[in-house]
Ligand binder design. Structure first.
Ligand code: UD1
Length: 429
């Protein structure tokens, strides 16, 4: 298994281009199932989760063409299967998103139940409840969700917890339902808005995306379109924190600052000089150490849970004490134990990490447990004295486009070592 080797202690400085957003690209790719015409999607990031999605779409019979700039044409004119198998769903929970489009267009779908994951139990009850409200018959059998309907009909759906993929799944299904659907307490994330923009370009009638009340007038058919995926606000936030913790300076390109206002606010409070010009964000620490900040994660536009681990890391070398409270997922602090092994001073009090900044961290062999936890360990490695070896980096490849190339370009000492070479190195040592 590949590992990342990082030698810390260099301030990062330079320019980074932000890739398309993983969490926007996945639902938009899956939206291709809603039409028999080709859908062209641009600005797709190079990520393992994208490969998994393409594999899943291929398995269902979608024809895919990919050009060298990662523009993808997805043609779901000849769907041959209506089943998302366990092997694909278990590696990527977002596979559940095929349920809504398949059910709406073909009246039938089968998707493996995703099960739990490192960050909590992550149920899909809200997706199922929504489809039932739209007239589908849903049963759970042999680990699969099996759903059937004649034609979905519009319904008023209240989501008692705000769910991003839940809102997206129901919005896609409602686009082809008979009549009007209203989703109350909908997720307001920019990725939901991006999906609605794509669906509307395909002929859907969706209003209110980006607010808590989304109204969808169902149509009989959707057609092909071309869509550009929005930039990845979590990738952008992660690079900004990389510059913060190394007391460096960075300029991000192809980013929209309105996507990450809550993160930029906290970085400013922590001592960064931030300048926004057009589609760029510049951050300069002028050699200073960050100050600790208090964070509370919540659905958009509040502070994103996907940036929580990176801020725990930042607080761990900041001046002062900061608290980080996680309210979205029940078990999202796996990175804390690994940071403690590198010398961080963190106490857990229920769902709050109390982080006392220390002068320095020391490199250690550490293990990535989930996508954002692994980003936090990369950041820790960039600051730590000596060498950090990060194992199980397949988690990083799920969500960060060319991370070691992008970091090396701004001065990081980072390299990927294949597992067998690593074993040889240990044997020699
Ligand atoms: C999406 C993002 C993920 C991000 C998360 C929260 C994608 C592909 N992934 O995940 O990166 O961390 O939003 O911003 O877009 N819940 C239920 N029942 C359900 C669905 C969700 O109780 O049927 C709960 C979850 O357990 C969690 C909360 O709702 O506590 C929010 O989860 P949700 O927004 O659904 O996360 P995802 O859409 O899976």
């Amino acid at each position: 298994m590949d590992k990342l080797l990082i030698t810390g202690g260099r301030p990062l400085a330079g320019d980074v281009r932000i890739s398309g957003a993983k969490n926007a690209a996945l639902p938009v790719l899956i939206a291709s199932l809603l039409t028999a015409d080709p859908l062209i999607i641009r600005n797709i990031p190079h990520l393992h989760d994208i490969t998994t999605t393409l594999e899943l779409l291929g398995e269902l019979g979608v024809r895919l063409e990919i050009d060298e700039k990662m523009s993808i044409t997805a043609d779901a004119g000849d769907i041959t299967r209506l089943r998302a198998p366990y092997d694909l769903v278990k590696t990527m929970r977002a596979s559940i998103l095929v349920l809504g489009p398949l059910l709406a267009r073909f009246g039938e779908a089968e998707v493996s139940l995703p099960g739990g994951c490192a960050i909590g139990s992550r149920p899909v009850n809200l997706h199922i409840k929504g489809f039932e409200a739209m007239g589908a018959e849903v049963v759970i059998e042999s680990g699969y969700i099996r759903a059937r309907c004649k034609r979905l009909r519009g319904a008023r759906i209240f989501m008692d917890t705000i769910s991003v993929t839940g809102t997206e799944n129901l919005m896609m299904a409602a686009a082809l339902a008979d009549g009007e659907t209203v989703i109350e307490n909908a997720a307001r994330e920019p990725e939901v808005v991006d999906l609605a923009t794509c669906l509307n370009a395909m002929g859907a009638k969706i209003h209110g995306a980006g607010t808590h009340l989304i109204t969808i007038q169902g149509v009989n058919r959707l057609h092909g379109a071309a869509h550009n995926v929005i930039p990845d606000r979590i990738e952008a936030g992660t690079y900004l924190v990389a510059a913060m913790v190394t007391s460096g300076a960075i300029k991000l390109h192809d980013i929209d600052s309105s996507l990450l206002e809550s993160v930029l606010d906290k970085l400013t409070e922590s001592g960064a000089d931030i300048k926004i010009e057009g589609r760029t964000i510049s951050l300069d620490m002028r050699g200073r150490r960050p100050r600790a900040v208090n964070i509370r994660t919540a659905p958009f536009p509040a502070f994103p849970t996907d940036m929580q681990a990176q801020f725990v890391m930042m607080n761990s070398i900041a001046e002062g004490v900061g608290t980080v409270t996680e309210t979205v997922f029940e078990n999202r602090f796996m990175h804390v134990h690994e940071l403690q092994r590198m010398g961080a001073d963190i106490d857990m009090e229920s769902n709050t990490a109390v982080v006392r900044g220390v002068d320095h961290l020391t490199g250690a062999p550490v293990m990535a447990t989930d996508l954002r936890a692994s980003a936090c360990l990369v950041l820790a490695g960039l600051v730590a004295r000596n060498e950090t070896i990060i194992d199980r980096i397949y988690h990083i490849d799920r969500g960060y486009d060319c991370i070691e190339e992008k970091l090396a370009q701004i001065g990081a000492q980072i390299r990927r070592v294949p597992g067998d070479q690593m074993e040889a190195r240990t044997a020699v040592a």
